[in-house]
Design a protein around this ligand. Structure first.
Ligand code: SAH
Length: 349
């Protein structure tokens, strides 16, 4: 019998499950609060439930978790990179970033990725599988427990394409935002996509206050085609039309991410072309010198170039920031740590 993934479902669904089990529905609230308010990982720790009910729940449901297998602490800025192992042995990574205004966790939404961006380490071996909402929550819950401080923001910018795992990601957002859970405000949640246009239109209809980040990385189709395969499916015009529709519908400012790669997308002409396309949009550009990845031969643009690029965008009225680089000493680029991790062989006794 398949057991319910109880940490991925809503309060109402837990209540329905209890009714099916001939239990009082108010137990649903207790269980939900154990799972999401106290981040409990076992039914036998839910001390206001009878032993009999704990045993019944164990039969019908499972609490999926993420087990910490490695942790790297940056000596430069306190950023912490975690590797977690999931129930089936998949390895994923998450990052804690400490800002003046609070702690933010960057989570993975898939083990691996199938989008194929040429500068990204997460995609080198393709996608292994989608993560469940519970596995995304576990990354945040385990990090909060590990540091003993509140997590107040989440960015969906780790391995994976969130909109390629749409339903689970939406369930995650609703659960992490829930008043009986961590209650992380939607405005403190950022979802980053390489630009799955149809899903962006769908997301606009969800009535969420989250920030949408779009990985643009190029000012036109011909450059974008070279570095992001998704660009062959959706042209830049279609992508920007979806962004405009998203802004129109949600009134939320979009962030465009742009990784600067020497000689590929970092010329003055690129900056000018980009600014003509973004000039009148409610948006913000986040520039980052590309992180070099061992398996790829891209070189990051010089600081001088990055600043020049930013200045051109700003002169043309496009709000631009240069992203502060965190965790440079601990392989902070997407998917780098996961790839470098060799699973220890079980010891034979
Ligand atoms: N699939 C989603 C989210 C995951 S990647 C997306 O594409 O947006 C998070 C961000 O890191 C994206 O903007 C991605 O393009 C960027 N990124 C990936 N590899 C990078 C690298 N080597 N250097 C700089 N940014 C990188």
């Amino acid at each position: 019998m398949k057991r319910y993934d109880i940490k991925s479902i809503s309060l109402e669904e837990i209540q329905a499950l209890l009714t099916d089990m001939k239990e009082a529905p108010f137990r649903g609230k207790q269980i939900f609060s154990w799972l999401h308010g106290k981040q409990c990982t076992r039914f036998d720790e839910m001390t206001n439930l009878s032993k009999a009910l704990q045993a019944k729940l164990d039969e019908k449901a499972v609490i999926l978790n993420a087990k910490q297998v490695k942790k790297l602490v940056s000596q430069v800025d306190g950023t912490i990179k975690y590797l977690f192992e999931l129930g089936n042995g998949s390895i994923i990574e998450s990052v804690l970033m400490r800002y003046g205004y609070g702690n933010t966790v960057c989570i993975s939404t898939q083990a691996g990725c199938r989008m194929g961006c040429t500068f990204c380490a997460s995609t080198l071996d393709g996608v292994e599988r989608n993560l469940t909402a519970s596995e995304m929550l576990s990354q945040v819950y385990e990090i909060q427990k590990d540091i003993g401080e509140r997590i107040s923001g989440v960015v969906l910018m780790g391995s994976g394409e969130p909109l390629d795992n749409y339903e689970n990601v939406l369930n995650f957002i609703r659960l992490i935002n829930h008043p009986m859970g961590l209650q992380i405000g939607q405005r403190h949640i950022t979802l980053s996509t390489c630009g799955l246009v149809e899903k962006m239109y769908q997301l606009a209809e969800e009535n969420l206050q989250i920030t949408l980040a779009v990985s643009l990385h190029a000012p036109n189709d011909s450059i974008r085609n070279q570095i992001m395969p998704i660009s062959k499916k959706y042209s830049m015009e279609e992508l920007l039309a979806a962004c405009r529709a998203y802004i129109e519908k949600t009134n939320r400012r979009i962030t465009f991410e742009y990784a600067l790669i020497q000689g590929v997308n970092d010329t003055e002409d690129c900056a000018k072309e980009l600014s003509t396309k973004l000039r009148h949009m409610l948006c913000h550009v986040n520039l980052i010198p590309v992180n070099s990845v061992k398996e790829r031969n891209y070189i990051k643009s010089s600081q001088e170039r990055v600043e020049k690029f930013a200045a051109i965008l700003q002169q043309h009225g496009v709000e631009t920031t240069i992203r502060r680089k965190l965790g440079s000493d601990i392989h902070a680029a997407c998917g780098q740590l996961r790839r470098g991790y060799a699973k220890p062989k079980p010891e034979i006794t």
